[in-house]
Design a binder for this molecule. Structure first.
Ligand code: FAD
Length: 409
């Protein structure tokens, strides 16, 4: 199996379903601009930063290479899950019980903070809090899920086992036997969320520039920052880097710490109501949900070609797309429902699976929050807020938890 360039091969790439008809929000950066802070990257992380800075009355220039949420933030599945992409028992094995619990709690705080801003701004972004369902695809995974559920409950989180008759018939018919329902997970239209926050930030005075790739970042000392684009530049006291998967392209320090990893997605035409919450199967490699309009959005299957699904090219992978379409056929109600959209996006996987927040070695006038490892809607909002706390107060609990210092020396 091999990746197929967008627009060629058996499948044509469309724009991501979430970005259908999305109009530009801002002009390109031209000429010289000054600000207190310059933010680079306009996904969910940059939006969190821009909004928090705007509320604090800081003068912000916000520079995005493409359009707002045209990176991973407008190309994902819109799950707002708790935890990292590892099942809880594996997370505990990797980082220890206390740290795993604290990381898990951080993602719950992230969800709560996003829900609060959705309410405060009245964002119409299809936000629902229907929980999520984790499904086991093998006996080994069943054991892992049950162990994770028990550990989650011991640590004060909710996790309800659904097995045998307790598992929805829909999933039993599709070959699953064990599931775990996490009651307080959520879902949303990720692009409408990020674009809504961006518009609110612009309304509070943030100067947003789209179609303006940053070509150079200089931040030689604290209080001194400069970014340059093809037709403009920003001088500020601080640069905040929110470029996730692309971080290593402009800042070499990130290049061996954040790996760009591709994820495939598709969306169908509206189908009868079937999936009552987001579903995460096969260790989180496969995921799908049905949105308010009845469209099923499905993605993943990256484990079919881990080596091939690397890099930042937003190409379709014919073999994976085919397998995703075939999987839908396992649900009788999905047979014959047309697939209307196929796209891919780029995640930024950190080497230890956790976000990297704070100082950028070699750039004293910069801070960054990157490396969300496939769960940016579980962590990036609070990590963005942590960047702002670090910028304005010099300390942040979340930044300490995910500090970039763990990769230094
Ligand atoms: C297929 C897929 C499915 C996913 N599903 C989920 C999910 O359901 N739930 C979940 O929590 N996470 C999911 N993720 C991951 C999630 O989308 C990301 O973790 C999250 O969007 C990262 O947000 P961000 O703002 O850090 O990065 P991005 O959204 O990628 O934003 C970074 C921005 O920086 C810009 N940029 C890069 N370089 C420059 C430059 N030189 N100058 C200016 N701008 C620049 C980019 O254009 C981009 O817009 C998924 C990702 C993919 C690809």
């Amino acid at each position: 199996m091999s990746p197929v360039a967008a627009g060629s091969g058996p499948y044509n790439a469309t724009s991501p379903y979430w970005l259908d008809g999305a109009a530009p929000l801002a002009p390109e950066l031209e000429g010289s601009v000054t600000a207190d802070v310059v933010v680079v990257g306009a996904g969910v992380c940059g939006a969190s930063v821009a909004w928090a800075l705007a509320q604090a009355g800081v003068q912000v220039a916000w520079v995005e290479a493409r359009g707002v949420s045209e990176g991973a933030s407008g190309r994902n599945a819109g799950f707002v899950l708790q935890g990292t992409c590892e099942r809880y028992s594996r997370a505990v094995g990797l980082m220890g019980r206390e740290r795993a619990r604290a990381v898990h709690q951080a993602s719950r705080d992230n969800h709560l903070a996003m829900a609060t801003v959705i309410e405060e701004l009245g964002l119409e972004c299809g936000y629902m809090r229907r929980g999520s369902l984790q499904l086991a695809g093998s006996e080994q995974e069943e054991g892992e899920l049950l162990e994770s559920a028990a550990m989650l409950r011991e640590d004060g989180f909710s996790a309800e086992v659904r097995a045998g008759e307790g598992l929805d018939e829909l999933y039993q018919q599709a070959g699953f036997r064990v599931g775990v329902h996490i009651a307080d997970d959520g879902e949303l239209d990720p692009a409408r969320f990020v674009r809504g926050v961006a518009q609110a930030a612009v309304g509070r005075g943030v100067r947003l520039f789209e179609r303006s790739p940053v070509l150079e970042i200089a931040a030689p000392s604290p209080g001194e920052a400069y970014v340059r684009t093809a037709r403009g530049e920003v001088r500020a006291q601080l640069v905040l880097v929110c470029t996730n998967a692309y971080a290593g392209e402009i800042i070499p320090w990130y290049a061996d710490k954040v790996d760009p990893v591709r994820g495939q997605m598709l969306a169908t035409a509206p189908a009868p109501p079937m999936f009552s919450s987001p579903v995460y199967a096969d260790h989180g490699y496969d995921y799908w949900r049905q949105d308010e309009a009845g469209r099923v959005v499905l993605g993943g299957w990256r484990n079919l070609d881990v080596a091939g699904e690397k890099g930042t090219a937003e190409v379709l992978h014919a073999g994976i797309q085919e397998r995703m379409g075939a999987f839908l056929e396992r649900f009788p109600g999905m047979r014959g429902v047309p697939i209307t959209h196929r796209w891919s996006g780029t995640m930024g996987f950190s080497r230890d699976g956790l976000p990297i927040v704070g100082a950028v070695p070699g750039l004293p006038g910069a801070l960054g929050a990157v490396g969300f490892t496939g769960h940016g809607f579980g962590f990036a909002w609070v990590c963005g807020q942590a960047l702002v706390e670090l910028s304005l107060q010099g300390t942040s609990e979340i930044a300490d938890r995910f500090s970039s210092r763990r990769f230094v020396g």
